[in-house]
Design a protein around this ligand. Structure first.
Ligand SMILES: *Cc1c(COP(=O)(O)O)cnc(C)c1O
Length: 237
């Protein structure tokens, strides 16, 4: 399959799933480009796609410097506090905030550099030991903390539920995320901005959309298999 065919097919699945959801806004496709070549990103860019997601700071820096400025970058990888200074301002959205310490650091970098930053809170919705993210029970406290921040806006929630062969198996988690967002909006300082649900990957984005996803993060289904010789080698980014 060519990238053009992949893009068409993913967009048509998005359209179809959207027609079965209650949401009538735009479903935003993030092409997850970790371990994908710059040439593939350029090819998607030439097809009109502008929204890309990266997991590692170094890879993001290398790519964004060589690619056009009108790409909307999303940081979706595990965050190390010491890297926050370089992530803030380089991406339009940080999806993977998983501690109050991250929020504090993002805010202080923003104030220092006179920037603003959109973030999402990662929720460990299936309570998996191996996954990071806030527990559902902790989210209220985090939103209250975020209410005091001036430069950092929590625009929504993100989840990475179990990798499953059968997408239906994650439907209950997507539903829980949707309910959680509704609840969080009732006491966030800017509910009109807290509207994003980042959920759904290659294996389950159609079900995620049916349950209210506004950002879907699709990697292999869109860009093909990742260069596995790079996988796992960038853990320290
Ligand atoms: C890699 C990655 C994806 C994309 O996964 P695919 O299965 O290739 O679609 C989505 N979200 C996060 C956080 C990822 O790390």
């Amino acid at each position: 399959m060519s990238l053009e065919q992949n893009l068409k097919s993913v967009l048509s699945v998005i359209d179809h799933s959207k027609s079965r959801s209650a949401f009538d806004g735009e479903i935003k496709l993030i092409a997850v480009s970790k371990f994908q070549s710059i040439n593939k990103i350029k090819e998607l860019y030439a097809l009109g796609h502008r929204r890309f997601g990266e997991n590692y700071l170094q890879e993001l820096e290398e790519k964004s410097e060589k690619l056009p400025d009108d790409i909307e970058w999303h940081f979706i990888g595990a965050i190390q506090s010491k890297k926050i200074k370089k992530i803030v301002g380089r991406v339009d959205y940080i999806h993977s905030v998983e501690s109050i310490k991250h929020l504090e650091k993002i805010e202080s970098v923003c104030i220092e550099q006179n920037l603003t930053q959109n973030v999402l809170l990662q929720v460990n919705i299936a309570q998996e030991e191996s996954k990071s993210g806030f527990s559902v029970g902790k989210i209220g406290e985090v939103i209250r903390f975020a209410n005091e921040l001036k430069a950092t806006t929590v625009v929504g929630l993100m989840a990475m539920p179990p990798l499953v062969g059968n997408a239906e198996a994650n439907r209950e988690y997507f539903k829980l995320m949707s309910a959680l967002l509704t609840q969080c909006r009732t006491f966030y300082r800017s509910p009109e901005r807290m509207i994003e649900l980042s959920m759904g990957t290659s294996s389950d984005f159609s079900v995620a959309i049916e349950e209210g996803a506004t950002f879907v993060r699709v990697g292999s289904e869109l860009m093909g298999p990742r260069d596995s010789s790079n996988e796992g080698q960038q853990e320290d980014n």
